[in-house]
Design a protein around this ligand. Structure first.
Ligand SMILES: Nc1ncnc2c1ncn2[C@@H]1O[C@H](COP(=O)(O)OP(=O)(O)O)[C@@H](O)[C@H]1O
Ligand SMILES: [Mg+2]
Length: 242
């Protein structure tokens, strides 16, 4: 009985002859290292924006309130003016904190879903952008956030580098996959040579490297075709997760 059960287990549980597990382990180790790198970069970015933005503003709030307390007895009008400046610095700090929080996980994703969030990005893009979204089911929150950041970065690149007149964003869901494509009719040449792209040397930029790492961490795929003269097409295929 034991031998029969062992034989059955071996037949059902072992990997097939066409599956190279050591290759898969190497791939997972590499994407895990990439995910950790992307995570560290993200933390550094958040730390920098808190440090340079809100923290500085709150420091000036403290200084202005201190100065106005010292002034209030002998010059109430001057103290009031300082308090007004402190109030506006506090309001700026609040606005900056909101921006930082939005960049971590855009609340628009939870409120309006992926389709609504992507339409918002297209509406704010400097280049006229057509949106074609058909994603009937919701994906895991981390997958939707990745999709959002991919499209945000691609549209920023189009506005910054492409000189395009039109952009098209397509999103298709179903069968447990989410496929996105962002296309522009600009000058092309994005990401430099394929080798530089693969090694993360994106011609000095960090945007494409960042999204490539995010996608690898989800076990997704990214292809970028951008011949000189254009058009540029960025396609991303993500497992939907649950
Ligand atoms: N849509 C595009 N059209 C033309 N060139 C692009 C496009 N997207 C990216 N590029 C080029 O690829 C480079 C790398 O992009 P990226 O990694 O996002 O870096 P960054 O935007 O910070 O410069 C850009 O500097 C730009 O030269
Ligand atoms: Mg960029």
């Amino acid at each position: 009985m034991a031998r029969l059960q062992a034989g059955l287990g071996r037949r059902l549980l072992s990997a097939g002859p066409d599956v190279d597990l050591s290759l898969r382990v190497a791939e997972l180790s590499a994407t895990r290292a990439g995910a950790l790198d992307a995570h560290a970069t993200e933390l550094r970015r958040i730390e920098r924006s808190l440090h340079d933005g809100a923290q500085n503003r709150l420091l000036s709030v403290a200084v202005l309130i201190g100065a106005s307390r010292r002034m209030v007895a002998r010059d109430p009008a001057g103290a009031d003016e300082l308090l007004e400046r402190a109030q506006s610095a506090a309001e700026q700090a609040l606005a900056e904190l909101r921006t930082v929080a939005r960049a971590i996980l855009p609340p628009v994703l939870a409120d309006r879903g992926l389709a609504g969030a992507l339409s918002g990005l297209a509406a704010n893009c400097a280049v006229p952008c057509r949106m074609d979204v058909d994603v009937p089911e919701r994906c895991a929150a981390s997958v939707e956030a990745t999709a959002y950041f991919v499209v945000a970065e691609a549209l920023t690149n189009i506005a910054k580098h492409s000189g395009a007149r039109h952009a098209v964003v397509t999103a298709r869901g179903g069968g447990g996959r989410l496929v996105l494509s962002v296309e522009d009719d600009g000058r092309g040449g994005a990401g430099g040579s394929p080798r530089a792209f693969g090694s993360g040397g994106e011609d000095g930029g960090s945007g494409l490297t960042g999204i490539r790492r995010r996608i690898a961490a989800h076990d997704g795929g990214l292809t970028l075709t951008s011949p000189p003269g254009g058009p540029t097409v960025l396609t991303v295929d993500l497992p939907c997760g649950s």
